[in-house]
Design a protein around this ligand. Sequence first.
Ligand code: FAD
Length: 403
Amino acid sequence: MPNTTADVVIVGGGVMGCAIAYYLAKEGVKPVVLERSDIGGEASGSTGGGVRQSARNLKEMPLAMESIRMYGELHEELGMDMEYVREGNLRLCTNEQEMADMGKSVEKQQAAGLDLRMLDRKEVLEINPYIGEKVVGASYCPTDGHVNPFLVTYAYFLKAKSLGARFHTQEEVVAIKLQKGRVTAVVTDKQVIETDVVVNAAGVAGRKVANLVGLDIPLRPVFSEAMITEPYPPLFPQMFGHARGLFYGRQTVHGPFFWGGFVGTEQYIHREGKPLFHFIGPAISRAVLDYFPVLKDIHVIRMWSGLIAAMADGIPVLGFTEEVPGFIFCTGFSGHGFGLAPVIGLLLSQLVLDCTTSIPIGDFCYARFNQGGNEDCACQGSDICTTQAAVCPNKRQLVRNME
Ligand SMILES: Cc1cc2nc3c(=O)[nH]c(=O)nc-3n(C[C@H](O)[C@H](O)[C@H](O)COP(=O)(O)OP(=O)(O)OC[C@H]3O[C@@H](n4cnc5c(N)ncnc54)[C@H](O)[C@@H]3O)c2cc1C
């Protein structure tokens, strides 16, 4: 097997792997990205492209707010129009109980600094006149929106590549070598790459990749189905969702409507990470039509499904681990990672480069599962850095000098 070397190896060419690769390459470090299928071939190519801050775990709020700011500038940064629409997100309620529950959640999100409010039915109709009679009110976050996920993933991929990141598709990571507990190499089905830093951005396979170094995380695949309709004249620009998360959707900038939902049938309908059947679509469509009767004659032209990397506590695992120096987690985005991609790409690149992040990520550490939670466990410029030795400043300077 051929042997090569890399400063950083990223497992997974989804939006996270591509974004991390871009922000690293921008700083002069040329990572190797290993992708077992194609760029954006799994969750990042199945996603709804909703880009929201609202209805998140409050721990994610600072990240989501920064990510939305970054999305506003991304077309300039990456040199591509990614069909980003920032026209708000409506989460629809159908009864007083849902309104009360949503109201409590909105108060907490407001306290976390998010511009978000509750609307009654009349106010909802002023924003979106096509909403059906079932809806009694909604939460509304005006700075949420949606984006074309293929373009975002590809824009990061292309820009990273142009800056020197190396991408290997159709190449699977099958082992990670350790020496005295530290990462020393990544083994694929085609080659061995010597490296002392590996980023696990393997999405729903993040648990399997963690298992390669003897770590485990409570991540399980959750099946989610999505579909797209024929094009329709522009009706409304907001992202919409259900108060209890049963479905979500939007109209794309080219006219087709996208919608999807959650069903919980994952235990028997996927093989090798790929879902096999598509049969929940009609149920989700009937629900959506109940809320948007105006769409009753529109035809669904394509359906697909994907797997969500769902963590037991609904938030991702990010950062170094004390157990395996050189191994970095970036997985478990639990069905709402796409909105975070820019900030995650940036923060993980900072972690690799400088052992610190401009927004704290301690809440997302691996140690929360085996040490009962530890705010300081993720690397934040502490002593842990010296044991982790990411891409040390000297090495980075060396790489830059060689350019
Ligand atoms: C149907 C659906 C709808 C969604 N809608 C939204 C939404 O509206 N808004 C939102 O914010 N989020 C949404 N999400 C979630 C979002 O898509 C994900 O959080 C995000 O795409 C995760 O990106 P990722 O790069 O971590 O994972 P992925 O895109 O899954 O990338 C991981 C990559 O790793 C590769 N890989 C795995 N193991 C190996 C290995 N051993 N060797 C090499 N490569 C490997 C895989 O092939 C894969 O391409 C949705 C997800 C689904 C499935």
